[in-house]
Ligand binder design. Structure first.
Ligand SMILES: Cc1ncc(C[n+]2csc(CCOP(=O)(O)OP(=O)(O)O)c2C)c(N)n1
Ligand SMILES: [Mg+2]
Length: 378
């Protein structure tokens, strides 16, 4: 027996294993950067109408305008914490379009636009950014519940929350899923692994997104993990896992729609890595991206942002033009103007209110603080 078995040779060939990891995750793309369909057959599978395309485009524009206005407000000191979203519109808006009102959204701090299109008023998002308790009310303008949790600040924690809710939905035999977004950095957290492992073991109704936008604050994707694809992390938990061009709205919508259908049918969760890029600073708190990346890299990614290709595709299809776009931009900005006024007119939060909202039953020390601030009218 001079020769190794093919099986043993593969097990012991580490180069082969690394190469396999790379080849196992091709990227799903339907619309290229020039706005042309690269795969008409897959496009047809998404069964998407012209109205859906317009709705997705409008949501992406809403998100871009919110980003622009929020950044300006933050510079004027009128916004609290804001994490810019430019460049991630397909990853966020086209994917979330595939979900329904009954589905539960578990957002991270960069996922404000996904909550807004679920019915959370922008004025509440502004109050949330300022740390006002009213911003934690996940309800519509007329008080109806919005199936979303508050944006999570603890990196990756939303994966655990989503896993638990996903199991609840399965046990109650509900026709709904929990869907959640974290970042490339988030996929290195313990909560990430615990969430996907638990949800997969129980075949819970969940769709997990990793928005790989290239950076965790200043740490580039390559320094965060040696995994060649973040989606590969899902395989360890037995999950179908895919890599999607995160700047392609059509691919993002189809991936999310297929993942939801798979999960709601009782097959368990799906993990989706979206390849995108953060075009702006990490947050409006003063981060300067030029300390850790080149301007030329940022410029290149701006040429690949998702609105460009969607605009081209829909213009070629005859369902979009500059006039329509400008009219919608104006409409959204008028809405944002109104929402800012509402937020500014809400009664200011007292320090005592802030402490009262921390725990349902305040500790003794907190009660003493509440009493003290209340006695001073604060
Ligand atoms: C558990 C935890 N550790 C550290 C931080 C500080 N922190 C805030 S944002 C961030 C980077 C997250 O990067 P990524 O997951 O890629 O998301 P992105 O900001 O790019 O959307 C870190 C480390 C935190 N909020 N929570
Ligand atoms: Mg990131």
């Amino acid at each position: 027996m001079a020769n190794m078995t093919e099986q043993n040779a593969k097990v012991l060939d580490f180069d082969y294993q690394i190469q396999q990891q790379d080849e196992a995750f091709p990227t799903l793309q339907i619309l290229n950067n020039a706005g042309q369909l690269v795969d008409e057959e897959t496009f047809n599978q998404s069964d998407i109408s012209d109205d859906d395309l317009v709705a997705i485009m409008q949501r992406m524009i809403l998100s871009r305008q919110l980003d622009i206005r929020s950044t300006k407000l933050a510079k004027q000191g009128r916004f609290g914490f804001f994490a810019p979203t430019a460049g991630q519109e397909a990853s966020q808006m086209a994917s979330s379009y595939a979900f329904k009102d009954d589905d539960w959204l578990f957002p991270g701090y960069r996922d404000i636009p996904e909550i807004v299109v679920k019915g959370w008023p922008i004025w509440k998002a502004i109050l949330w950014s300022r740390g006002h308790a009213k911003g934690n009310e996940m309800t519509t303008e007329d008080g109806k519940p919005v199936n979303a949790w508050m944006p999570q600040i603890i990196i990756g924690a939303q994966y655990v929350e989503a896993a638990g809710t996903a199991l609840g939905l399965k046990k109650r035999k509900q026709d709904a899923v929990a869907y959640t977004y974290t970042g490339d950095g988030g996929s290195s957290q313990g909560d990430f692994y615990e969430g996907i492992n638990f949800a997969s073991a129980y075949k819970a109704n969940a769709v997990f997104f990793i928005q790989n936008n290239g950076y965790a604050i200043s740490t580039p994707r390559k320094l965060q993990t040696a995994a060649q694809h973040l989606a590969a992390k899902g395989w360890a938990s037995g999950l179908p896992s895919m890599v999607v061009d995160g700047n392609d709205p059509l691919a993002m919508y189809l991936a999310a729609k297929k993942a939801r259908a798979w999960s709601v049918a009782g097959n368990g969760p799906v993990l989706i890595e979206t390849l995108t890029n953060r075009l702006e600073p990490h947050s409006t708190a003063g981060d300067d991206p030029l300390r850790y990346r080149e301007q030329s890299d940022i410029d290149e990614w701006w040429k690949r942002e998702p609105l460009i290709r969607m605009r081209q595709f829909m213009t070629d299809k005859g369902i979009w033009d500059e006039t329509k776009e400008q009219a919608y931009v104006d409409e959204v900005n008028a809405l944002i103007d109104d929402q800012i006024k509402i937020a500014d007119n809400i009664e200011k939060q007292k320090i005592s209110d802030f402490i009262k909202n921390t725990l349902e039953v305040p500790s003794q020390a907190m009660q003493e603080q509440i009493d003290k601030f209340e006695s001073e009218g604060k």
